[in-house]
Write a protein that binds this ligand. Structure first.
Ligand code: ADP
Ligand code: MG
Ligand code: MG
Length: 896
């Protein structure tokens, strides 16, 4: 085992050892591309440093050996008085990460070597410019001197010489600046700027290792669920110079346009510049094509290298390059970032160019990207200037009037207005205001603030941390610079980009949404050429996902409208039809009457009234889903939602008593409600428990489903109902319900109706092998399973302490969003194993919200579920992800 890899020893497969940057530098080196020589210190050295707190001694030796090889290759020596070798020290972990040490260029310069550099380059100005860059970068990133100290000094110097930029300062001025910088370092650190090149190098290496545990890096890793013990690699590379006058320069390039995918070079170039000058915006860059006029040969060579890289990586690459006196050098490449729309387009473009297969194309896009494409958007054709920009925390676009308080938001929303709740920050008291609002805007807080977490959970568009916003909740105004808006004024917010606009910006369905809802032809009619390309790509990739996926995709739908919507989007049935939803609204009283019925006769009457309502609701859904399975779940009511509020009724009764009215009915109602009151309704009279307690209700539902099926058969339909029992914990519960079904209908006109159950309690998962004896299918209810496994009451915890838990790292993502594979997931696996032990082909699906979450879908594929069921809206996302899962792990095995 060794710590140091020369570039020629590595490859792009070694990301975990060499980090992304090092692995790609090695890959380019081995492709024969012009990469300045160098070596990579592996992540293992960083891990050793993290454990021991010192650089491993072998590392020093290995660095010396590798450094000598670089010196030989360049025919220069570090610290040489006549022709010194300089190097850059660059961090680079497996995942690129903010908070890691910034690159230090020109390491190896000191008071003597700077003379040598002037001599060897014949350019004194260049030598001092390089030295002042080193002191500034090293001072800031290694010695911790605030950058402002250097910037102020440099500004003073420029003013003194009447110049705008460092590029205008001459050799003498730069030499003076170097002297001043060294004094500043001494003043700030109480030590001299290190003159020994090897000391500079070792300090810089150690600083990279230290930056692994910077606060920003830790925060980022928690948020992105990157393990804290991976460590970072360090790249040491011979310097090449873009700041050697007009025939030199530096730039960045993409092998194709990252927003449209159009092939051909695309990028920025800055003559006579080094390193970060291009991205820092200190000077205006040229478009890449302009390089063709400056240096035709270097430009051609660059295009050839880019083509080579794109062919090799078979994907869009981005590249950093430098031209030193007409000679091209490549300093970095990686598979480039792109917008969601470009991701789809580039994937099919590469297929059409025969660079990748359709299977690979599927792995290049994701459900998360598709879901971004489906959000409503502000009409992109209209010009617009944002009032301010915050962080896009929950995607979508919303237009509405400003409300500064929950009361106003709730009142105006109740009056039919579309409202944007605007707060400095939100807290659990704001939940009702947030629920009423179309969008949420806050001046403070980041992506895991209360507002962000809760809005994402509710699917409400949100922009957070718009710091320019000054909110005056008392005066009921908000202000950005001299623009003042008052409560009731209209604003528009974009939860994807974080933009905030004054006034109304028109919201339109995205092209992808038109495609998903109306099909390819309609979408093409409405589309411009950009979106036409997008919907065509989308169509091809979804088609391919459908062909490849093993898992079925069903939808959660309770009525005709949702069922049809789901069917249009490609759902292959309903995985969860919630009968309690069919009794809400004006039908609520029917359930209330049943629960509160005082006598068998009253109960009978209430059931008689419910039967036709239930039957019609089932007919409606069976008709919409004709020919496809419809899983009808028996009533799983949160009882309190069907009953009047005890406090209200008791108060009214008290008032009546005070007045001396004799209101016996009300007094009786109070006592019945008291009996039904539950301290913890989530763990109380729910699911199958209610059906077993009020058996008439269970029988009524089963009868209604039978009759509805009959009606559909009479109408020559093809009804395929499945009956699902909720909240089963014991096989006996399932058995009782099944016996009742068998008694009421052995079969319906020769068709058998499968009777299965939800697995949504830990006990059900653990005793699945028993329950399977009495069940024809399982459907994992991962919402309740998450609640009962964690002991979280979702409605309570998401608004109260989840933001804290996400900040301090107890949670990295809400377990209600993505399945908690280590805990809840293990129970699901146990349920699958138990069920299959008893019945090897028992059909199994999932119907919690996780059924529409990309990462969870991959998990469900890997553990062998047969289908996922999700909201109609997410059906296309689930189709895509199920296809991706099948391509990524064909046999559906979980990775160890
Ligand atoms: P980042 O990850 O922030 O891009 P890099 O390590 O890529 O940091 O370096 C910052 C800048 O310095 C880039 O423009 C890069 O091309 C340049 N750079 C890094 N190493 C060298 C080198 N050996 N010679 C010339 N320029 C370099
Ligand atoms: Mg870079
Ligand atoms: Mg449930």
């Amino acid at each position: 085992m060794h710590y140091v890899y020369r570039f020629s020893e590595g490859s792009k497969e070694l990301r975990d050892v060499l980090g992304g940057k090092g692995a790609n530098l090695a890959e380019m080196t081995n492709l024969g591309l012009p990469v300045p020589p160098g070596f990579t210190i592996s992540t293992a050295a960083s891990r050793a440093y993290l454990t021991d707190g010192i650089l491993p001694p072998e590392l020093r030796v290995e660095v010396t050996t590798a450094l000598r090889a670089v010196e030989d290759a360049m025919s220069r020596r570090l610290g040489d008085f006549h022709d010194p070798l300089l190097v850059s020290v660059r961090s680079g972990a497996q995942h690129s990460m903010p908070g890691m040490m910034d690159t230090v260029l020109n390491v190896g310069l000191n008071d003597a070597a700077v003379q040598g550099l002037a001599e060897s380059s014949g350019d004194e100005r260049f030598a001092w410019d390089s030295y002042r860059r080193l002191i500034q970068m090293f001072g800031k990133t290694v010695l911790g001197v605030p950058d402002a100290v250097f910037v102020d000094e440099s500004n003073r110097m420029k003013a003194l010489h009447g110049m705008d930029g460092e590029a205008d300062l001459d050799a003498g001025a730069l030499r003076e600046l170097v002297h001043r910088y060294k004094e500043l370092v001494r003043g700030e650190c109480g030590r001299e700027f290190p003159q020994h090149p090897r000391e500079q190098l070792d300090l810089a290496i150690e600083a990279v290792f230290k930056s692994w545990n910077s606060e920003r890096a830790q925060l980022y890793r928690r948020r992105e669920r990157i393990p804290h013990d991976l460590g970072t690699a360090v790249n040491i590379q011979a310097m090449v110079f873009g700041n050697l006058g007009a025939t030199s320069g530096t730039g960045v390039a993409f092998t194709r346009d990252p927003s449209s995918g159009r092939p051909g070079g695309y990028g920025d170039y800055l003559p006579n510049a080094q390193g970060e000058d291009v991205v820092s915006g200190v000077r205006n860059t040229l478009a890449l094509e302009e390089l063709a006029e400056l240096d035709e040969e270097a430009y051609r060579e660059l295009l050839t290298a880019m083509r080579r890289l794109e062919t090799h990586y078979r994907d869009l690459c981005d590249i950093e390059f430098t031209i030193e006196r007409g000679k091209l050098w490549l300093l970095q490449t990686r598979v480039g970032k792109r917008t969601p729309s470009a991701a789809f387009r580039i994937a099919t473009q590469l297929v059409d160019e025969s660079l990748i297969t359709m299977d690979e194309a599927l792995t290049r896009v994701s459900g998360a990207q598709l879901s971004q494409l489906l959000f409503p958007q502000f009409d992109s054709l209209l010009p617009r200037t944002p009032l301010t920009v915050g962080m896009g925390a929950s995607p979508g676009a919303a237009v509405g009037e400003i409300a500064f308080t929950n009361d106003v938001a709730i009142r105006r929303a109740g009056e039919g207005a579309s409202v944007i709740l605007v707060r400095r920050e939100t807290n659990p008291d704001d939940l009702h205001g947030m629920l009423a609002a179309r969008g949420v805007l806050t001046a403070r807080g980041g992506k895991t603030s209360h507002a962000a977490v809760v809005a994402r959970g509710m699917g409400t568009c949100a922009v957070v941390g718009a710091e320019e916003l000054q909110i005056d909740p008392v005066g009921r105004t908000m202000r950005v610079a001299d623009m003042v808006l008052s409560e009731g004024d209209t604003i528009s917010i974009d939860g994807t980009t974080g933009e905030v606009f004054a006034g109304q910006v028109d919201v339109v369905d995205s092209a992808a949404m038109v495609y998903v809802e109306q099909g390819l032809e309609s979408a093409l009619v409405a589309a411009d050429s950009n979106s036409a390309e997008l919907v065509t790509s989308l169509h091809r990739l979804l088609d391919h996902a459908d062909a490849r996926r093993r898992m079925g995709v069903r939808a959660n739908a309770d009525n005709r409208v949702d069922a049809l919507k789901a069917r249009d989007r490609g759902a292959e049935g309903i995985g969860l039809c919630r009968t309690e939803h069919q009794f809400l609204g004006d039908r609520r009283g029917l359930v209330e009457a049943l629960v509160l019925a005082g006598s068998p006769a009253a109960e009978e009457a209430a059931l008689e009234a419910l039967l036709p309502v239930q039957r019609d609701a089932v007919v409606e859904v069976l008709e919409a889903m004709d020919g496809l399975p419809v899983t009808i779940r028996l009533l799983d009511p949160p009882l309190h939602e069907f009953l009047p509020d005890l406090v209200d009724v008791a108060a009214a009764a008290a008032v009546a008593a005070e007045r001396g009215d004799d209101d016996r009915d009300r007094a009786a109602l109070v006592s019945v409600l008291r009996e039904h009151r539950e301290l913890n309704p989530m763990l109380g009279m729910r699911g199958v428990r209610l059906g077993l307690k009020i058996e008439g209700l269970l029988r009524m539902q089963i009868r209604a489903i039978c009759e509805a099926t009959d009606i559909r058969l009479d109408a020559a339909g093809d009804p395929r109902p499945e009956i699902m029992v909720p909240l089963v914990g014991s096989v006996r519960e399932q058995q009782i319900v099944r016996d009742i079904c068998r008694e009421l209908f052995p079969s319906i006109r020769g068709r058998s109706v499968p009777i299965g159950c939800m697995i949504e309690l830990p006990r059900a998962a653990l005793t699945a092998y028993r329950i399977a004896e009495e069940a024809d299918f399982f459907s994992f209810g991962t919402n309740d399973l998450t609640q009962t496994t964690w002991g979280f009451s979702r409605d309570d915890v998401e608004a109260t302490f989840f933001p804290t838990y996400l900040r301090n790292g107890v949670l990295t993502i809400s377990p209600f969003e993505t399945i908690d594979a280590d805990g809840v997931g293990v129970l699901v696996e146990a349920g699958v194993a138990g069920g299959r032990r008893t019945k090897p082909t028992l059909p199994m699906g999932v119907c919690g919200e996780h059924g529409g979450d990309p990462e969870s879908i991959r998990f469900f594929h890997d553990i062998g579920l047969d289908y996922v069921s999700c909201s109609p809206y997410r059906v296309p996302i689930a189709r895509l992800e199920a296809g991706r899962a099948a391509v990524l792990s064909p046999r559906g095995e979980r990775e160890a």
